[in-house]
Design a protein around this ligand. Sequence first.
Ligand SMILES: Cc1ncc(C[n+]2csc(CCOP(=O)(O)OP(=O)(O)O)c2C)c(N)n1
Length: 331
Amino acid sequence: MAELSNAAKPDGKALVDIYRRMLRVERNDDAIRATLRRGRLQMPYYSARGQEVIPAAISHLLNRDDQICTIYRGIQDMVAKDMPLKPLWAEIAGRVDGTCKGKGGPMHLTYPDMGIMVTTGIVGSSMPIANGLAWAAQLDGSKKVVVAYFGDGAANIGAFHEALNMAAAWKLPVLFVCANNGFAEHTRFEDGTAVDFISKRAAGYGMPGYTVDGNDADDMYAHASAAIDRARSGEGPTLLECKTFRFLGHVLGDDDFYMDKAVKAAAMEADPLPALRARLIAEGHATEEELAALQASLEAEIAEAQEFGLNSPPPSLDELRRDVFAEEMPA
Ligand SMILES: Cc1ncc(C[n+]2csc(CCOP(=O)(O)OP(=O)(O)O)c2C)c(N)n1
């Protein structure tokens, strides 16, 4: 496992922005869960509550046209990259104003204008797709970097190994970001993975690999900075294994019988969101009033997006068949 030789540090402004992105994710997650409970949304939901630092720190360091490919637990990655919330809510509700006109749903959200590229429910798929986008960026000399988000279970899928080898051989500008939350569905990490640290695998593909505290803004900022600099300067990919914990199980409604209750309680006690809030105030980077105003403005943005999405019409029967098949199906 490698150690960073030169760890960049976030200043107060950066920490406040990372917190803003985390809070946007968490407030939106809370609103989605409340709407599901009220029966106004019908979808399986894979909350990433507890994992917010990872996309918040990375997104703070990305440019608007840098690209991300994510997974079913990836709404947080999009919201952290400042995706507009109205088309997001319309899409998860299956409505015509959604990013895919309501035909993709929560597992196929996409917003290329902000670098939020195609998402699939296929475990491991984000990595080869990221390679393709990164190869295009390399060929056109755009200096874009591409982030592939995935889980620890996905690191045991063939596509992970193929994608890491290809990205290193071709020096593609990719960040392979593994959110290691300790579980793949209901299987504990140590029951399904032969190595103790996924980052060790990077050596086998000739790229740097780091295990990072995925709940710590400083550690995430330092490692993401190094990986982005390396990718942008043409040196190639990096593997970041970000250790974290998912508070709400695999899918909403999950019975957490397979989790160690004490480990779960300790992780929730160390919730990174209130911890960073307290730190911002203690270190004088923000006041209580400023953070309360930030929260109010995010909640207003989310409420407006929710209202918009839920009141958008469903796609017409004619629209439902468009963009779905290579050729129009006979009616
Ligand atoms: C190719 C493929 N195999 C199996 C599944 C079923 N499946 C959905 S989520 C999941 C677990 C993945 O766990 P991990 O990569 O650790 O991500 P996490 O859900 O923890 O964020 C599995 C096996 C799938 N969607 N795709």
